[in-house]
Design a protein around this ligand. Structure first.
Ligand SMILES: [Zn+2]
Length: 305
């Protein structure tokens, strides 16, 4: 092979590497003089995973608009989560913070007092909330219903268009496109699930009331366990008794629930364990919410047939 060509090729490869390296670095650098040159860069932050996926879609393909997720909670959901110094650092340079609201983010006081200029966009505004169990407040898992997700995406699109008028048209276009996809997924799920006779489901965490309401399932029992932590022998025994008492043969664990514990419960009770995913962690890509809902559809069809 011609050595000149080889040299040229390696030069091209090398500069490509340089370019991608810079791109990766940019994310952690604070935005320079963002107040003076507001049209050049815009960082939109989100409080956790589902908000990040929605914002990715609404801000898709808009030059100089970056979406970042500020937290990395180990169990996905933000219950009692305290924003860490790294989380607060991630917010530096962001102009807008998209929250779920409905009581999910308990660290908002810290943010509003430390960053008074940050615009807060509460996406669950206007959604009718379901009361939590016992003395708990309202159930915050609104996004697990596709209809609520659509409302949240619409709110995010409308508000971003107001807060960042330069890109208003693009936000609105993206919102329309994404909502069409969400509606198609909801239709597909109704078509597959509405005819099922068995409507009772048992879950491991209080994530599914909005989903159950949307698709007309009855949550016969919730086996409350801390997501991400393995139950001890006593708790496992109690859970096994509960499952036997409910006389139900399909249980829905969340991906965050330790699979070993689920297997123990399954073998002790004869119930089969399936996975229902509340979309609190997963791939950081635009289609993730829809893909996860599709996996939930498959699990429900398999479990309740
Ligand atoms: Zn949760």
């Amino acid at each position: 092979m011609n050595s000149k060509l080889l040299k040229l090729l390696s030069l091209v490869l090398f500069s490509l590497l340089l370019v991608s390296g810079c791109g990766a670095n940019n994310e952690s650098k604070p935005t320079v003089s963002s107040t003076e040159n507001s049209s050049s860069t815009m960082t939109i932050a989100t409080t956790f995973y589902p908000m990040y996926i929605f914002a990715l879609n609404v801000a898709k393909d808009i030059p100089n608009v970056t979406v970042i997720d500020m937290t990395k909670p180990s169990a996905g959901c933000l219950h009692d989560y305290a924003a860490t110094p790294e989380d607060m650092k991630n917010l530096e340079g962001a102009k807008i913070l998209i929250t779920n609201g409905a009581g999910m983010e308990s660290f908002m006081d810290k943010i509003t007092s430390q960053m008074p200029a940050l615009k807060i966009l509460e996406s669950s505004k206007g959604i009718e909330l379901i009361k939590g169990n016992g003395d708990e407040g309202d159930n915050p898992h609104v996004w697990v219903s596709i209809s609520n997700a659509i409302t949240q995406v619409q709110t995010i699109g409308d508000q971003l268009a107001v807060l960042d008028p330069t890109n208003a048209t693009k936000y609105k276009e993206n919102t329309t496109v994404y909502i069409k996809k969400l509606e198609a997924q909801r239709d597909k799920m109704h078509l597959a699930l509405d005819g099922l006779k068995n409507r009772d489901i048992v879950t491991f965490h209080e994530s599914f009331p909005y989903f159950a309401k949307e698709f007309n399932f009855n949550i016969a029992g919730v086996i409350e366990r801390e997501p991400g932590s393995a139950p001890n022998a006593k708790e496992l025994g109690e859970t096994i008794d509960q499952v036997k008492g409910l006389k139900i043969n399909a249980l829905f664990a969340e991906p965050q629930y330790p699979p070993k514990a689920a297997e123990t419960i399954a073998s002790a009770t004869g119930a089969k364990i399936y996975t229902l995913d509340p979309v609190v962690m997963g791939p950081m890509e635009a289609d993730a919410y829809i893909n996860i809902m599709d996996s939930n559809l498959k699990a429900l069809k398999e479990a309740l047939k």
